[in-house]
Design a protein around this ligand. Structure first.
Ligand SMILES: Nc1ccn([C@H]2C[C@H](O)[C@@H](COP(=O)(O)O)O2)c(=O)n1
Ligand SMILES: [Zn+2]
Length: 202
């Protein structure tokens, strides 16, 4: 029996950023999946969201294209950004003084809503659009409004969620000739070891 506490746990920032990345796994956007996680001063998650079309606007009917001769046939006029969805999904009265963990630096439209909802800090992973006007404008507004933004530099490139680690024996009891699932693999024991990686950044 182990008598000392585990030391190799993930820290708070990894935990909340990983939640943002897990939420992104729900996005139907074929090119860019973004997740956001809002945390209050007591380190409680109060909102989580990912980019997608508004309720009632079908993922199958609205366009996912990035380019078209007709702007109405691109996703940009319809998609709700992860940051906005996380704020709208809040399970608290407000998100005042909260921190938002987000995979990509917020655009100017999200920055306005982040400021107006009184979020105090943004922790982001990628700043790949730093040179674009929407990012420059977002930073200008954050600076003016006193919203801090910090780039998160991960200690590990991957955090793996392994569903088998809690109860391998019961998972091991599978039919003699299991079917290979799409995007999955079978290990020597015939168990589906399809992997969900949390570092699929785009
Ligand atoms: N901070 C951000 C940046 C982007 N998004 C969403 C909006 C779109 O669904 C997609 C960007 O499309 P791309 O031009 O990269 O294919 O990501 C967001 O939710 N939050
Ligand atoms: Zn945005």
């Amino acid at each position: 029996m182990e008598s000392h506490k585990r030391k190799d746990t993930i820290d708070w920032t990894e935990y909340f950023m990983a939640m943002a990345f897990l939420a992104a796994k729900r996005s139907k956007d074929p090119s860019t999946q973004v997740g956001a996680c809002i945390v209050n001063e007591d380190k409680r998650v109060v909102g989580i969201g990912y980019n997608g079309f508004p309720t009632g606007c079908s993922d199958d009917e609205f366009p996912w294209s990035k380019t078209s001769d007709n702007p109405l046939e691109t996703k940009y006029l319809y998609v709700c950004h992860a940051e906005v969805n996380a704020i709208l999904n809040k399970n608290s009265t407000d998100v005042k003084n909260c921190t938002m963990y987000v995979a990509l630096f917020p655009c100017n439209e999200c920055a306005k809503i982040i400021i107006q909802s009184a979020i105090r800090e943004v922790v982001y992973m990628s700043d790949k659009h730093a040179h674009k006007e929407h990012t420059i404008a977002a930073k200008r507004m954050f600076d003016a409004a006193g919203v801090r933004y910090t780039q998160y530099k991960p200690r590990h490139s991957r955090i793996v969620i392994d569903f088998t680690e809690i109860d391998w024996d019961s998972l091991n009891q599978v039919p003699a000739t299991p079917k290979k699932p799409p995007n999955g693999t079978l290990d020597d024991a015939g168990v589906n070891v399809s992997e969900l990686s949390l570092d699929d950044r785009h």
